[in-house]
Design a protein around this ligand. Structure first.
Ligand code: GLY
Ligand code: MN
Length: 443
């Protein structure tokens, strides 16, 4: 690695998805997302801050220490990968709404190291559809003035910021919330996150296209892993097959650390060490998700390392699969994740037979059934929300019996539509006969 001649104050990043396998987010979608948010606010001012460079090692500013990833909400509204940036949205009930973006000016020395960046200018306007783009040099001072000027909707109606962790981490948010002068304060402070989450719950066409690609890549990796499995394989070898498939298919990173567990490790729900060696006869749980264009898949398959399920494994697998199908068949507009959970647990209990005596198998189903999926693997959104077309959720029942070295989880990504749900992850085989056939074909 080259030694930097200068310590950089900041580090340049790729500036948008332009040039990436996913490409830039079309401007019409960005405009529509901002308009929907402004509409929910009605009157008021919203401020969002981009992510900053992650300091993996604070050892003198090697620019490559940062695998920069934009803040999800900032990316959702701007499509940009600029750091140290701000988005201000001004919603008015009388005059037109406004969007103002602050991005770092270009820095020719930093660009020698990390490539061209996006400064304020026509390219940024074209990528975001925001006309008013300014340098971030005095952003905090400028935003404070904008928010606190006498006719600001923040003074008359309120200020919307992401409350919680980010509020206290960011000096401007702290100032506006805790130390405005009594005569020049926002009318009220509201949390912006639930409003953004409502928007992000329903995927638009560009979001769905990205999710479909992330899921297709993940299904391909599941097939590649199944074809590679053989007794004695180390979990990290399986992980390598999966993650090589992700990367060679254009996935930019993992949506979450890969969970690859053989034997007893298959019963540890979030086991992500991948240090164990499989034994003949083990089941392997592979819970994985590629990230493509800021959207992540989350697909779990369970396969027999030796290529064939034992009778006991097969009986338990069939129960998990039938439970999953009962839940998927119930995904309809108006239903909630709580309803699905009840349907799945009741199904498993009523169809356990003698498999898990003394008792029923649902006592080994020790985690939730579903979560929202999108930019985050456990995506934002209120879990009491009734399903509506455009929402995407996982359905992932499991049975875990450590004493028998048996862990089984089957997880698919489901798109809610006006009628039949769509299984987005059907490219990864989940019926036991199909899994065995794929594994046999590769031997
Ligand atoms: N894929 C990990 C989880 O859903 O928790
Ligand atoms: Mn999941």
């Amino acid at each position: 690695m080259l030694a930097p001649l200068l310590l950089f104050a900041g580090v340049a990043t790729a500036h948008a998805q332009a040039g990436s396998p996913a490409g830039a987010v079309p401007v019409e979608h960005l405009r529509a997302r901002r308009a929907a948010l402004l509409n929910k606010i009605g009157a008021g001012v919203a401020i969002l801050r981009s992510a900053d460079q992650r300091s993996i090692e604070a050892d003198g500013g090697h620019p490559q220490d940062s695998d920069f990833r934009q803040d999800n909400d900032f990316f959702y509204l701007t499509g940009l990968e600029t750091q140290r940036s701000w988005l201000v949205l001004v919603a008015r009930d009388t005059a037109p709404d406004e969007a103002i973006l602050f991005v770092p000016p270009r820095d020719s020395i930093a660009e020698r190291w990390t490539g061209p960046t996006l400064g304020p200018g026509p390219e940024a306007v074209a990528l975001t559809g925001i006309e008013d783009i300014r340098s971030n040099a005095e952003a905090e001072r400028d935003i404070r003035r904008l928010v606190l000027r006498p006719n600001s909707p923040a003074r008359t109606h309120g200020l919307y910021i992401p409350r919680g962790e980010r509020e206290s981490d960011i000096a401007l948010f702290r100032d506006l919330v805790f130390t405005p002068s009594a005569s020049r304060a926002p009318a009220a402070i509201y949390d912006l996150r639930p409003l953004l989450a409502e928007g992000r719950l329903i995927k638009d066409a560009d979001e769905l296209a990205r999710l479909r690609r992330a899921i297709a890549i993940t299904a391909k990796a599941q097939r590649a892993a199944m074809q590679a499995l053989k007794p004695g394989m180390w979990e990290y070898e399986i992980e390598a097959v999966i993650e090589a498939t992700f990367r060679s298919s254009g996935a930019e990173r993992l949506g979450f650390p890969s969970i690859i567990g053989a034997g007893t490790n298959a019963t540890v729900l979030h086991y992500d060490k991948s240090r164990g060696q499989s034994l003949t006869g083990d089941l392997v749980v592979m819970d994985i998700g590629a990230e493509f264009g800021y959207y992540t898949a989350d697909v779990t398959r369970t396969a027999p390392i030796s290529g064939k399920f034992t009778a006991r494994q097969r009986a338990l697998y069939d129960l998990v699969l039938a439970t999953q199908q009962a839940a998927i068949d119930s995904v309809r507009p108006g239903v909630t994740t709580r309803d699905l959970n009840r349907i799945a647990r009741t199904y498993m209990r009523e169809h356990s037979g003698d498999l898990c005596r003394p008792g029923t198998c649902d006592r080994f189903f020790v985690h939730g059934l579903s979560h929202w999926l999108g930019m985050d693997v456990h995506d934002v959104g209120d879990y009491s929300t009734a399903f509506a077309p455009g929402m995407v959720l996982t359905v992932e029942p499991g049975i875990y019996i450590p004493e028998e070295r048996i862990g089984i989880r089957i997880e698919d990504d489901i798109l809610v539509t006006a009628d039949e749900p769509e299984i987005l992850s059907s490219g990864a085989p989940r019926r036991p006969g199909e899994i065995e056939a794929l594994m046999k074909g590769s031997r």
